[in-house]
Design a protein around this ligand. Structure first.
Ligand code: SAM
Ligand code: SF4
Ligand code: F3S
Length: 438
């Protein structure tokens, strides 16, 4: 049987879509290998969100080409957002054999067969309304799974490449999302994350995202349900009240703010002001007092002044997010942000990012210290790095190192007894079996 190797870069949508590719190829008679030297087909699922992500993938493509020269007939393929953005250039300039955009994965077996029959340089980047409804993805994690509920994005934030590479916003039918979630639960998955660039744009006839969330969570009461990402503009009390009523929906929200300055938010085309964002945070905490809030922040956006940056720092201090992903602006060809002046120098952008990270790291560490002596329900995901115990995830999406006897998929209740650096550590009581809830 021919073997494929797949390396995944980028966001959770790419993790999900690599699962789609795994299913498509295994149905066509391929088996997966985790050893690139053993593979007949080397695939890379790529991301275009920042220049750095693309440079890393192009570097890795060099390794794939070197591996190809070691074995006759070995195929090198680039998939995902870079495939869509670079298309032919990945063949002409980077010597990929196949280049397959996000809507064309069903064609992979045919494209691989054509390369093996002697044609190289095949580019498939047609954009369609594909949602891979007929494919049950093969995830690589037995405990937690992603389920895409919508693909694409229509928001056109002025810095962002995603709408250009992932196409128009489209939702999967509720029945198809449900069927996939139920199959995961039947195979033992205990934690499901519903995915979309903005899940709050979900539509299936008159059904909106809170309806879908209610349907999935009620059908799978023993599975933890999470979702990503919520656009702050679209967040309202109907979502929060739905979360409040469903005990297995995790009280965690990823609410990317990007900036704390109104002129910058406007130039980013985010569709909310700082005041509106803060009012939504207050509403979240009123309806869900235990909610864990995370965010994305982007600094060095063209025209950002020191005063704009200070407004962002001030918002970060005010909200006290549990965690933040922080980025320096990276210009993406074809996006409107390139029109704004003046550009922020590399040095200023770097300094602002370092300062932001310093402030947020302190807040994250304080938030983790708040877990000390708390008894928590943890879902065991697997061994922790360097084998120091087990990785447990709280309902609020925090990672805790668990010491004691347990296994992946167990839900255990235990107390955080210390904080190691940033990381909370919990000890299972000696009679661990008594605390395992399945
Ligand atoms: N859909 C989500 C949202 O609305 O926020 C996020 C999608 S994007 C894949 C993830 C994060 O990457 C964004 O929230 C933003 O902070 C960051 N990002 C997007 N474009 C960027 C750029 N050109 N440079 C640096 N960071 C960027
Ligand atoms: Fe990009 Fe904005 Fe869409 Fe998020 S909402 S994917 S940041 S365009
Ligand atoms: Fe995701 Fe990167 Fe594409 S963040 S949607 S893989 S550009």
């Amino acid at each position: 049987m021919p073997k494929f190797y797949i390396q995944t870069y980028g966001c959770q949508m790419n993790v999900y879509e690599s699962g789609v590719v795994r299913r498509v190829l295994s149905d066509a008679g391929f088996t997966e290998t985790t050893d690139e030297h053993d593979a007949d087909v080397l695939l890379m699922m790529t991301c275009s969100v920042r220049s750095h992500a693309e440079q890393r993938a192009l570097g890795r493509l060099g390794t794939f080409r070197a591996l190809r020269s070691e074995r006759v007939g070995r195929v090198v393929g680039v998939l995902g957002c870079m495939a869509q953005r670079f298309a032919d250039a990945l063949v002409t300039d980077h010597r990929a054999d196949i280049v397959v955009g996000p809507d064309e994965y069903l064609r992979l077996p045919e494209l691989i067969a054509r390369v093996q029959a002697g044609t190289t340089g095949l580019v498939a980047t047609r954009q369609t309304s594909e949602c891979y409804d007929a494919v049950m993805p093969r995830p690589d994690n037995p405990v937690s799974a992603f389920v895409t509920v919508m693909r694409g994005c229509d928001n056109y934030c002025t810095y962002c490449i995603v709408p250009h590479v992932k196409g128009r916003e489209r939702s999967r039918p509720q029945a198809s999302v449900m069927a996939e979630a139920v199959r995961h639960a039947d195979s033992g998955v205990k934690d499901i994350t519903l995915l979309g660039q903005n899940v709050l744009a979900y539509r299936d006839g008159t059904r909106r995202f809170p309806d879908l969330l209610r349907a999935v969570a009620s059908a799978l009461p023993r599975v933890r349900i999470r979702f990503l990402t919520s656009h702050p503009r679209d967040l309202d009390s109907s979502l929060l009240e739905t979360m409040q009523r469903l005990p297995n929906v995790c009280p965690s929200l990823h609410l990317p703010v990007q900036s704390g300055s109104n002129p910058i938010l406007e130039r980013m085309n985010r569709g909310y002001t700082r005041e509106e964002y803060l009012a939504k945070v207050a509403l979240c905490r009123e309806v869900l007092p235990e909610v864990c809030l995370t965010t994305d922040v982007l600094v060095g956006f063209p025209s950002e002044t020191e005063a704009d940056f200070k407004a962002t720092l001030d918002l970060i201090e005010q909200v006290q997010f549990d965690f933040a992903y922080m980025f320096r602006f990276s210009f993406r060809p074809g996006t409107r942000a390139g029109e704004f002046r003046p550009k922020v120098s590399e040095a200023d952008g770097g300094r602002r990012l370092a300062r932001l990270i310093e402030v947020q790291n302190r807040i994250t560490a304080e938030s983790n210290r708040g877990m000390l002596n708390k008894e928590l329900e943890l879902l065991i995901e697997g061994p922790s790095p360097r084998d120091t115990g087990w990785l447990g995830r709280t309902v609020t999406n925090k990672i805790v190192i668990v010491k004691g006897r347990c296994a992946p998929g167990d839900k255990v209740r235990c107390r955080v007894t210390r904080i190691n650096g940033w990381t909370p550590v919990a000890e299972l009581p000696a009679r661990a079996a008594a605390t395992v809830t399945g």
